[in-house]
Design a protein. Structure first.
Length: 200
């Protein structure tokens, strides 16, 4: 897949390619204010101008391209959503809404399902990793957990932390570490791993 900024500094199109001959399959338009592929947004929105950029709002599967929307701020409205596009045609094939104050982040494909982080700013509802089938719309809880309140925003932001799901666990690793100005000798949280209550 190619992310293209045609006449702009932001991504305007995603172009899917044939894995066999490299030919173009489809163009997925990112124009307007709907989608946010988050390409090059790491490190305080400083883009990378090298050979490879990061698109933290995009996950590519065997036959799907998943893209996150821009965040919204309306009261009682979904914080954002995720849209699945057919890799061959570019047509949208499914949508997963976040919740108010609970944005969704696409993490990776697991077979034909997408693993999604739904972070929560609520003291009542936990954060979650979900499995989402874009064809049926079915959501299956994978892990429910809480994140340390002081670090929750940074840990759950894919532009600031690496978020990896493996072996039934989810791992959060900050990309930048900074000491507390008031307590510079205190330990700084760098990596956090969370498993199910049944893990030994």
């Amino acid at each position: 897949m190619l992310a293209v900024a045609a006449g702009d500094t932001l991504v305007t199109d995603l172009i899917t390619l044939d894995g066999d001959d490299g030919g173009k399959l489809a163009t997925i338009l990112m124009g307007g204010d709907a989608y946010d592929p988050r390409c090059g947004d790491r490190y305080f929105s400083a883009g990378f101008f090298g050979d490879i950029e990061n698109c933290d709002g995009v996950v590519v599967g065997a036959d799907r391209v998943i893209v996150t929307s821009k965040d919204r701020s309306g009261i009682g409205q979904p914080e954002n959503w995720i849209v699945a596009f057919d890799r061959g045609t570019g047509r949208s094939e499914g949508k997963l809404d976040g919740r108010s104050l609970e944005p969704v982040v696409p993490l990776r494909m697991s077979g034909d399902r997408l693993l999604v982080l739904r972070s929560s700013l609520s003291d009542i509802e936990p954060s979650a990793v979900l499995s989402w089938d874009s064809r049926t719309g079915k959501q299956t809880p994978y892990l429910l957990f809480g994140l340390p309140s002081d670090d929750e925003g940074e840990l759950s932001d894919p532009t600031q932390s690496d978020i990896v799901v493996e072996q039934g666990r989810v791992f959060f690793a900050k990309r930048e570490l900074a000491a507390d100005d008031k307590h510079p000798k205190d330990a700084v949280l760098s990596v956090l791993g969370i498993g199910s209550a049944g893990d030994g």
